[in-house]
Design a protein around this ligand. Structure first.
Ligand code: NAD
Length: 325
């Protein structure tokens, strides 16, 4: 099976690629990645020499580049996106361009080339916020940030290509991921690396926003199940990690590095900040036998160790991001 992975140099995409090769040394994978600020080619160093691996630097919004890499592919897994909510509040342009237009360019090329399956990676954030209970796949999108609105637009477009053109499209929507190789602007690596450096961490609002945390390896296992066994035209939730407030998460991160609450700065809440996300994962569990495997305590401990041991990975990324802002 030839798989085109877009955004494969990012946090989740690179884990997906490494995992595919770990389970099948004969996998044939092409990564198309623009290497934006969050794309790190070195994330793929462990697979770079494998005969089945090809890396192409290119933009999913560029029809010529996309057409070139689409030839001969059996499956597309579309991770490429602008992914940080805070950046989408500062400027929505790149989010609409990459997340919506880029997905359309990919869908058109996949259709032209008769690609067998298009797996579109999305997020629980498309549903907005829920105070009690959890969303099933039937809930209508009601996004609140420019990031989630652009993701919802892309999801709807992907599903429309299934209904209009009969393309084999599946959409996954996952909860918050954590783990190694996550760009140090997202809350877990931002807080960890600040704390490791003896600095403070900025906690939004009252810290009461609730997220469901899933280890990146569990997300990628879920995507693999959907890619191989999901039904065309369907949405699948991937989650079932650990629900907690940002304040609880902060407490765990402080404890993990031996710091106290004096290192926490309460800052003005994020605009339009969703209070709670919660996914019902009954569908993927029943249809595809999915169950998360990494206990949060274990995954977090491994993540802390990884960031402690891989300063050479995150320090230049943080320095570059600081220069940009
Ligand atoms: P990331 O920011 O770490 O990686 C994104 C990758 O896409 C980078 O390698 C970047 O260079 C690449 N990219 C960006 N624009 C591109 C373009 N125009 N053309 C080609 N490549 C481009 O993001 P991530 O956290 O790995 O997220 C991957 C996907 O998973 C996204 O679609 C995101 O919406 C979704 N998702 C993320 C989470 C999470 O908690 N991180 C949860 C659910 C869903």
């Amino acid at each position: 099976m030839h798989i085109l992975v877009t955004g494969g140099a990012g946090f989740i995409g690179s884990e997906f690629v490494r995992r595919q090769f770990a389970t099948d040394a004969t996998a044939r994978i092409t990564v198309l990645d623009k290497l934006t600020y969050s794309g790190v080619e070195a994330n793929l160093a462990s697979v770079a020499g494998l005969p089945g691996f090809t890396f192409v630097r290119g933009d999913i919004c560029d029809p010529v580049a996309v057409d070139h890499v689409m030839a001969g592919q059996d499956v597309v897994v579309n991770f490429a996106a602008e992914s940080h909510v805070d950046r989408s509040i500062v400027g929505a342009g790149p989010f609409v361009t990459t997340n919506v237009v880029g997905t359309q360019v990919l869908l058109d090329a996949a259709r032209r080339h008769g690609v067998g399956r298009f797996v579109h990676i999305s997020t629980d954030e498309v549903y907005g916020s829920i105070s009690e209970g959890s969303w099933t796949e039937e809930w209508p999108p009601a996004p609140n940030s420019p990031y989630s609105a652009a993701k919802a637009g892309a999801d709807l477009l992907a599903l429309a290509y299934h209904r209009t053109h009969g393309m084999d499209v599946v959409v996954t929507r996952c909860s918050n991921n954590y783990g190694h190789h996550q760009f140090p602007e997202k809350v877990v690596p931002l807080f960890l690396t600040n704390l490791i450096d003896g600095r403070t961490v900025p906690l939004y609002g009252d810290g009461g926003n609730i997220r469901d945390w899933l280890h990146v390896s569990d997300h990628c296992r879920g995507i693999d199940l959907v890619m191989r066994g999901g039904r065309a035209g369907e949405i699948y939730h991937i989650g079932g990690g650990t629900e907690m407030t940002n304040k609880e998460l902060t407490g765990l991160l402080l404890a993990a590095v031996g710091a106290d609450w004096g290192r926490v700065e309460y800052v003005e809440d994020r605009k339009g900040h969703d209070r709670r996300y919660a996914l019902d994962i009954g569908k993927i569990r029943t249809e595809l036998g999915y169950e998360p495997q990494v206990r949060f305590e274990d995954g977090l401990a491994a993540t802390v160790t990884w960031y402690r041991e891989n300063r050479a990975w995150w320090e230049p990324l943080k320095a570059r991001a600081a220069l940009e802002s």
